[in-house]
Design a protein around this ligand. Structure first.
Ligand SMILES: Nc1ncnc2c1ncn2[C@@H]1O[C@H](COP(=O)(O)OP(=O)(O)O)[C@@H](O)[C@H]1O
Ligand SMILES: [Mg+2]
Length: 350
C-alpha cells in the first residue's frame, strides 16, 4: 500500500511528532508498504523531484531520534518557513497526500489532535488512521472530554475552568491542585500547585498554551495507561517516577525516564475494570481505530486522567510497550493500526 506519514505541523509538540513519525514510517516500510513522510507545515519542495511517486519508498530511512526539550512557540515555528506564510498545510502537502492510499496521522498536539487536519482530509476524500474530527476535537479539549465522561459516569478528577478573557476563580478543592491548559499535551504548561500563592503564576503559564486552563483536584494514586487498538484493550502499563511527577522530562528525555511496568502488578479485577472503562471512554468520546486512556488508581477507585486520540509512538512511548507485552511488535502495531482502519473503511487495494 502507499502511505503518507503526516508529521510535524505547527504545534508545540512538533519535534515529538517528527521523531516518532520517522520510526512509524520505517516500521510500515518493513511491512512492505511504500511510505513517504511529509512535514505538514513545511511541506515539500517539488522543484527538484522528478515525480511525486519517487517520494514513496519501502527502503529504510535514517532516523534521528533525539527529541529537543525546547518548547516551541508559534513564532519559533512560523520562522521555520522562509516565505513568511503561516497556513497550516505547507506547499504541495495536499498534492502528495492525495497520492496515498491512506494517511498515517503522525502529528502530535494541537494540529493533529484537534481534528482539523482530519476534517480537511475528509473533505478531500483521503482516508487516514485514528479518530475523526469530532472525536479528535473532543479528546483534545480536556474540559469537554471530562464533561462527556462525567455525564457517562466515568470517574475523573473534579475540575473548574479558568478563562483567559475573564480569569476570576476560586479554587474549590484542597491543595495541591493540577493546573493545565485545556488543549495541550506532553505535560507542557501543566503544573502541580501546592498553595494559593503559586496559583496566579501557574494559571498565567497555562494561558501561554491555551485560552482555557483547568484547575483539577489532585488525585494521589498510582498512574496507568491503557491503549485500545481496533476494539481491543491492550494490557495496561504502570508509570512510576522517582522524583516528582510524569512531566515532559520524564516523558521524553531518556536520562530522567519514568519506569514502566506492563502488565502492571495489580489485581486482575482492577486490570479488567480499567480495560472496561478504557473501552467505554473510547466509545463515549467517539474515538476510532486506536487511542490511549490514562488512569490514576487509589482506594476510591479508578479515575480517567485523559483520553489521547493520537498517543505517542516514540520508542519510549506507552502504547508500543503495552503492545509488546501483548506479543505485538512495534512494526506489527503500526501495521495493524493502518490495516484496522483500511478494514473498518472497507477499502480495497490491489
Ligand atoms: N488530577 C490529577 N491528579 C494527579 N495527577 C495528575 C492529574 N492530572 C494530571 N496529572 C499528572 O499530570 C500528567 C499530565 O497530565 P495530562 O492531563 O495527562 O496532560 P497531558 O495531555 O499533557 O499529558 C499526568 O500524566 C499525571 O501524571
Ligand atoms: Mg497525559
Amino acid at each position: 500500500m502507499k502511505i503518507v506519514v503526516l508529521a510535524g505541523g505547527r504545534s508545540s509538540e512538533r519535534n515529538v511528532s517528527l521523531s516518532s513519525s520517522a520510526k512509524v514510517a520505517n516500521a510500515l516500510r518493513s511491512k512492505g508498504h511504500q511510505v513517504a513522510m511529509v512535514d505538514l507545515f513545511l511541506g515539500i519542495n517539488l522543484d527538484y523531484i522528478r515525480d511525486v511517486e519517487d517520494l514513496f519508498t519501502d527502503q529504510q530511512q535514517d532516523v534521528d531520534l533525539d527529541i529537543s526539550d525546547e518548547v516551541l512557540t508559534a513564532d519559533d515555528i512560523n520562522a521555520l518557513r522562509s516565505d513568511g506564510s503561516t497556513q497550516l498545510f505547507g506547499p504541495n502537502v495536499l498534492d502528495v497526500v492525495s497520492k496515498a492510499d491512506i494517511v498515517y496521522i503522525g502529528l502530535h498536539g494541537e494540529d493533529g489532535e484537534n481534528g482539523k487536519v482530519q476534517a480537511v482530509l475528509d473533505l478531500n476524500n483521503i482516508p487516514y488512521t485514528g479518530s475523526g474530527p469530532l472525536a479528535s476535537g473532543i479528546a483534545m479539549d480536556k474540559g469537554i472530554s471530562k464533561q462527556v465522561m462525567m455525564y457517562n459516569n466515568i470517574k475523573t478528577a473534579r475540575f473548574i475552568t479558568v478563562y483567559k478573557d475573564n480569569p476570576k476563580y476560586d479554587v474549590p478543592f484542597d491543595f495541591p491542585v493540577v493546573v493545565k491548559p485545556s488543549n495541550g499535551g506532553s505535560s507542557i504548561g501543566t503544573r502541580i500547585v501546592q498553595s494559593q500563592s503559586e496559583m496566579a503564576d501557574a494559571v498565567q503559564d497555562g494561558f501561554r498554551f491555551d485560552s482555557e486552563v483547568l484547575v483539577e483536584e489532585f488525585v494521589k494514586g498510582r498512574e496507568f495507561s491503557l491503549g485500545v487498538v481496533n476494539g481491543t484493550a491492550m494490557p495496561a502499563i504502570e508509570i512510576s517516577v522517582n522524583d516528582g511527577w510524569y512531566d515532559f522530562q520524564h516523558k521524553f528525555q531518556s536520562d530522567t525516564a519514568a519506569k514502566f511496568q506492563t502488565p502492571p502488578d495489580i489485581p486482575e479485577e482492577v486490570h479488567d475494570e480499567m480495560k472496561a472503562i478504557a473501552l467505554k471512554t473510547f466509545r463515549v468520546l467517539k474515538m476510532a481505530n486506536y487511542g490511549r486512556i490514562d488512569f490514576l488508581w487509589n482506594d476510591s477507585g479508578l479515575y480517567v486522567i485523559e483520553a489521547n486520540s493520537l498517543p505517542g509512538m516514540t520508542p519510549l512511548s506507552l502504547l508500543p510497550q503495552e503492545a509488546e507485552a501483548a506479543g505485538i511488535s512495534y512494526e506489527d502495531l503500526c501495521n495493524s493500526i493502518v490495516m484496522g482502519k483500511v478494514k473498518a473503511l472497507g477499502l480495497n487495494f490491489a
